[in-house]
Design a protein around this ligand. Structure first.
Ligand code: C5P
Length: 222
């Protein structure tokens, strides 16, 4: 067997949450641990790829052989993704915040004690995956993730079409909570669904690298 099936391929991976500042001491975040994305970056490097990992704020060590760029916000992540192109495959694992504070206050916001609803307006963040799908430098293989709590396959199929990517790796976060060590994923593509057992995130990552290598090889020989 070929132990470095991604040798010569350049792969970009986003991972972790984003933090969207409200004021100097507060931010909007989510429960993403970055574990699945970092495991994917590690497996891609082990498989011989040149790996660029664009990571939100997570206290995880950089996997061996991986080039890591740390970002805080969705807009910083979008800029680093753009700067990392072109790549053979992009795997968008990050749980990007959908909204940011419309204005970031330069000083700590004070409560006024009146009990009134807080004046926090939100603005929509760019969708990095959907933007990449429309880019003239769209990676030949573009993969999104979908963390769902219900109707996992139906939501994944809708997301595949809406985002314009090639595969959606979907999982049920009510069965495998964010931050855990395992995932039961369904890889939804235009031609069907591949469903794997519940597996450690490292094993999901290695199996995904085999599938990506097969897909990139098939495209070249086609
Ligand atoms: O729409 P939803 O957030 O469920 O889509 C998840 C997928 O889209 C993931 O691959 C995630 O990394 C990507 N995404 C993105 N930019 C956003 C929101 C999601 O790249 N602003």
């Amino acid at each position: 067997a070929n132990h470095r099936p991604l040798y010569g391929r350049r792969i970009l991976i986003t991972a972790g949450p984003t933090h969207e500042p409200i004021d100097p001491v507060r931010y909007i975040a989510n429960r993403s641990s970055g574990k699945q994305g970092f495991a994917i970056a590690a497996a891609a490097a082990e498989a011989g790829a040149e790996v660029l990992l664009i990571a939100g704020p997570v206290p995880l060590p950089t996997p061996p052989g991986v080039i890591r760029v740390d970002v805080e916000t969705a807009r910083e992540m979008a800029a680093e993704v753009e700067a990392g192109l072109p790549v053979d495959a992009a795997i968008m694992v990050a749980a990007v915040a959908d909204w940011r504070a419309a204005d970031t206050a330069p000083q700590k916001i004070k409560k006024d004690g009146s009990g009134a609803v807080a004046p926090l307006a939100l603005a929509e963040n760019p969708d990095i995956l959907a933007g990449l799908a429309k880019s003239p430098r769209r990676p030949p293989l573009l993969i999104g993730f979908a963390a769902e709590t219900n109707d996992v396959l139906a939501h994944a199929e809708a997301k595949l079409a809406r985002k314009g990517c090639d595969w959606i790796v979907a999982n049920d976060v009510s069965a495998d909570p964010m931050g855990g060590e395992t995932n039961r994923v369904h890889i939804v593509g235009k031609d069907g669904v591949d469903s794997w057992d519940r597996l450690p995130k490292e094993v999901v990552a290695r199996k995904l690298m085999e599938k990506i290598a097969d897909e990139l090889d098939a495209r070249i020989s086609a």
